[in-house]
Design a binder for this molecule. Structure first.
Ligand SMILES: C[S@@+](CC[C@H](N)C(=O)[O-])C[C@H]1O[C@@H](n2cnc3c(N)ncnc32)[C@H](O)[C@@H]1O
Length: 345
């Protein structure tokens, strides 16, 4: 029922006659599985069995959440499923929010100093946790690059490919169902490794970053934009009980495993011998985002879409105020981490 609600919102081509084995495989030859066959279709009900050390039900829950909610999100917010980037303290209107989401992509590229001259711009990009592929299509257009997106959600992969076809980008951007912790790509394939707000879903951050590093070409840039909890003080061994409790309520609604801090990511990147490691806290720059999402959920269109979508989406909407609380307390840190794979091993 949830999926049919999503499909009603969008003119996604009918898939009833397409065999499952072809439906969620990358269409662009460049993105086809070469390492192992984890790009075979993983319907939501089978995702949990599909590998790695995820807690039982986590991958299935993530796939189900995005299968259910992506159509609603797209109908209200468009193709980008990430925070917007705003000038600190600025007020913003709804049209500014979509611009702010594009700005988030541009700010991330600028922070990582990704070159855009013809000789050095990225020609191959992986979008890890791609949603419905908004970043991939943007980057494919910007750089003329080949982009391969992976997501756990079959609905997202299918919608990403439909949008790429509609935008004349099928030969440049392609989406498939695959696990970020076991990517279906050979070593050293991508000039730019992009993870926009998917890291928070990863149950094993070391494995997550090591997979990003594995598929990166020598000298490639890795960009991770993600939700973290604050760094611990030297005197602390863990967050405070009320902080853990707040995060647990957010995790339960959004299918998130344990969080880590920005300095945990830096430690992991160092342990993998990655270079030029940089981080920044962009929490102030994303402050207008959640109030705007709540406002859009409280419109007639927002409320009716939510009611049609299903329980996972409604549960997600109900905890949105907790995200604002987390930012205000200084507990949640919206973080960018960038680094480079060494030219030589
Ligand atoms: C908040 S959405 C971000 C989407 C997209 N990056 C964007 O900016 O529009 C999180 C995405 O991470 C994906 N994801 C979460 N865990 C994943 C995993 N283990 N492997 C692949 N994708 C994953 C979800 O399927 C979803 O597409």
């Amino acid at each position: 029922m949830a999926q049919s609600a999503v499909l009603q919102l969008h003119p996604v081509p009918s898939t009833t006659s397409t065999p499952r084995s072809r439906r969620h495989r990358a269409s662009a030859p460049f993105c086809r599985t070469r390492r192992h066959d984890s790009a075979r279709p993983m319907a939501s009900s089978t995702v949990a069995r599909a590998s790695a050390a995820a807690p039982p039900g986590l991958k299935e829950g993530i796939a189900g959440l995005y299968d259910e909610s992506s159509g609603v999100w797209e109908s209200i917010w468009g193709e980008h499923m990430h925070h917007g980037f705003y000038d600190s303290g600025a007020a913003a209107s709804m049209s500014d929010h979509q611009r702010a989401q594009i700005r988030m992509i541009e700010e991330a590229l600028a922070f990582a100093a990704v070159p855009d001259d013809a000789a050095n711009k990225p020609k191959t990009i992986v979008d890890v946790g791609c949603g419905i592929g908004g970043s991939s299509r943007y980057l494919a257009n910007k750089y003329g690059a080949q982009c391969c997106g992976i997501t756990l959600s079959p609905v997202q992969a299918e919608r990403g490919n439909a949008l790429a076809a509609a935008q004349g980008l099928s030969d440049k951007a392609s989406f498939q169902v695959a696990d970020a912790l076991e990517q279906p790509f050979p070593d050293g394939q991508f000039d730019l490794v992009w993870s926009m707000e998917s890291g928070e879903h990863m149950p094993n951050k070391q494995k997550f970053v090591s997979e990003l590093a594995r598929v990166a070409a020598p000298g490639a840039t890795i960009i991770i934009v993600t939700w973290c909890h604050r760094n611990l003080e030297p005197s602390e061994e863990s967050l405070k009980p009320d902080e853990l409790n707040l995060l647990k309520r957010i995790c339960d609604a959004y299918y998130l495993p344990d969080w880590c801090s920005p300095s945990d990511y830096v430690k992991i990147a160092k342990s993998l011998s990655l270079e030029d490691i940089k981080t920044a806290d962009w929490s102030e720059n994303v402050a207008p985002f959640w109030p705007a999402v709540i406002q859009s959920a409280l419109t007639w269109k927002g409320l009716t879409s939510l009611l049609r979508s299903g329980w996972k989406t409604i549960k997600g909407a109900l905890v949105m105020p907790l995200m604002i609380q987390g930012y205000k307390k200084g507990l949640i840190k919206f973080t960018i981490i960038t680094c480079r794979k060494p030219q030589t091993a």
